[in-house]
Design a protein around this ligand. Structure first.
Ligand code: FAD
Length: 403
């Protein structure tokens, strides 16, 4: 009998894992998603960038799975006719200190095997991006943009073609490893049913620590949600940039800073900033979600993080509190932007894992046994890497089962 597998979470990673299990390994797969559509959270609220692998510690999972993920993603979108635009990206230094930091970033990019990366001076920058301001830049010509929700839907279509099931509106409320099988309590249409599987892979994004808690695995590392707002630039200004324009990242902080990003639908966005979110799945600037706030304030690691990051928090709070400050950040890099028509756009919430010591967990974290695998931390470049994460997760899980 073929392997009975359940995948929890219909984001891009869950869809990729489910597809791989069914398509490549002939498993009977059920994808369980609590929302009424796929890619409802991070996978549908991000920058749409296919990262080339500039930033990540060489040898880390992020570095290896991002590079492998780009190749797999390109083949996948080609097969499905999904728009993929290799518009390139510049990481721009505005002053001497930032210019020096670019050397380290360049060395990392080369170590990670990013194709075509090179450093350029201010004049070289203007040849690539005529409207960009800056004294030096790192150019990555193959950084691309794509529609991640479309990729997620196409992954799910391949899953169902291979005989798998996608069950929307199905929330996993209980998980128990019973030694020979895993029991999964699923809530749908007001009723709860218990199902049994040989293998369960949990790709719960913003809920991954809570799902780990259901298994009695402990909740460390804890998910601390950081939101990022986007602003939309009127379409008439799309021509101002050819590709993406990014700041030099602050090495003490895992987020990349407000960037100017074209989208495959022909729009242009500014963002995202990064600030503590008072709700894990809240996209409006509304009331806090009490359970989510309590989770953060009751977590000692958060207070250690807060104490160590006061300057970064103050800096980010400027863009969180004032639209003017937010847009002014982007204007430093593309001064020709006409800000009069720029309006608030969507928001995304990052599932960022934090250790008990208050450190943000940088690399992807995947834990597991032969019956249950948990994707505990898969922030950016998680969407870029999704097909490679799926390959890694599934191959490891099946290897453990065969031992
Ligand atoms: C603002 C922002 C910008 C980003 N930009 C980029 C980028 O440009 N490029 C890039 O590569 N990455 C980017 N990322 C990261 C990327 O979006 C994530 O790494 C990726 O989407 C993670 O996919 P996922 O499937 O793990 O999570 P998600 O997409 O969050 O999916 C998890 C799913 O699990 C479901 N779920 C949770 N609990 C349960 C339950 N109990 N029962 C059933 N279902 C459940 C949720 O409803 C959700 O649909 C960005 C992220 C954010 C937030």
């Amino acid at each position: 009998m073929s392997l009975r597998a359940a995948v929890v979470g219909g984001g891009i990673i869950g869809a990729a894992v489910a597809r791989r299990l069914a398509h490549e390994h002939g498993a009977q797969v059920t994808l369980l998603e609590k929302e009424d559509h796929l890619a409802a959270h991070q996978s549908g609220h991000n920058s749409g960038v296919v990262h080339a692998g500039l930033y990540y510690e060489p040898g880390s999972l992020k570095a290896t799975l991002c590079r492998r993920g780009v190749g797999l993603l390109q083949d996948f979108v080609d097969r499905h006719g999904i728009a993929y635009e290799e518009c390139g990206k510049v990481v721009v230094a505005l002053d001497g200190v930032q210019a020096e930091r670019l050397d380290g970033l360049h060395a990392r990019a080369v170590a990670n095997g990013v194709p075509g990366v090179r450093l350029v001076d201010g004049e070289g920058l203007r040849e690539i991006e005529p409207e960009a301001a800056g004294v030096r830049a790192l150019h990555s010509p193959q950084t691309a943009i794509v529609d991640y929700p479309a990729v997620t839907r196409a992954l799910a279509a391949e899953l169902t073609d291979a005989g798998g099931r996608v069950r929307l509106g199905h929330e996993v409320r209980a998980l128990a490893d019973r030694g020979t099988a895993v029991r999964v309590g699923v809530r749908a249409d007001g009723a709860t049913a218990t199902e049994e599987y040989d293998l369960v892979v949990v790709c719960g994004g913003l809920q991954s620590d809570r799902l780990g808690g259901l298994l009695g695995e402990g909740r460390s590392p804890r998910i601390v949600p950081f939101y990022g707002d986007y602003f939309d630039v009127p379409r008439e200004q799309r021509h101002l940039v050819r590709g993406m324009v990014y700041p030099v990242p602050d090495p003490r902080y895992p987020f990349l800073g407000v960037h100017v990003t074209p989208r495959v639908d022909g729009t242009l966005t500014l963002g995202p900033n990064a600030f503590l979110s008072l709700g894990r799945e809240s996209y409006e600037r509304g009331l806090p979600v009490p359970a989510d706030v309590l989770d953060v304030v009751g977590f000692p690691g958060f207070w250690r993080f807060a104490a160590a990051n006061v300057p970064a928090a103050l800096r980010e709070s400027r863009t969180a509190l004032s639209s003017g400050q937010f847009i002014a950040e982007a204007l430093k890099y593309v001064p020709a932007l006409d800000t009069s028509g720029v309006v608030r756009g969507t928001r995304g919430v990052r599932a960022q894992a934090m250790g008990d010591d208050g450190r943000l967990v940088d690399d992807f974290v995947i834990t597991g046994t032969e019956r249950v695998v948990l994707v505990r931390n898969a922030p950016s470049p998680g969407a870029t890497s999704a097909l490679a994460i799926a390959e890694h997760v599934v191959d490891e899980a099946l290897r453990r089962r065969d031992r």
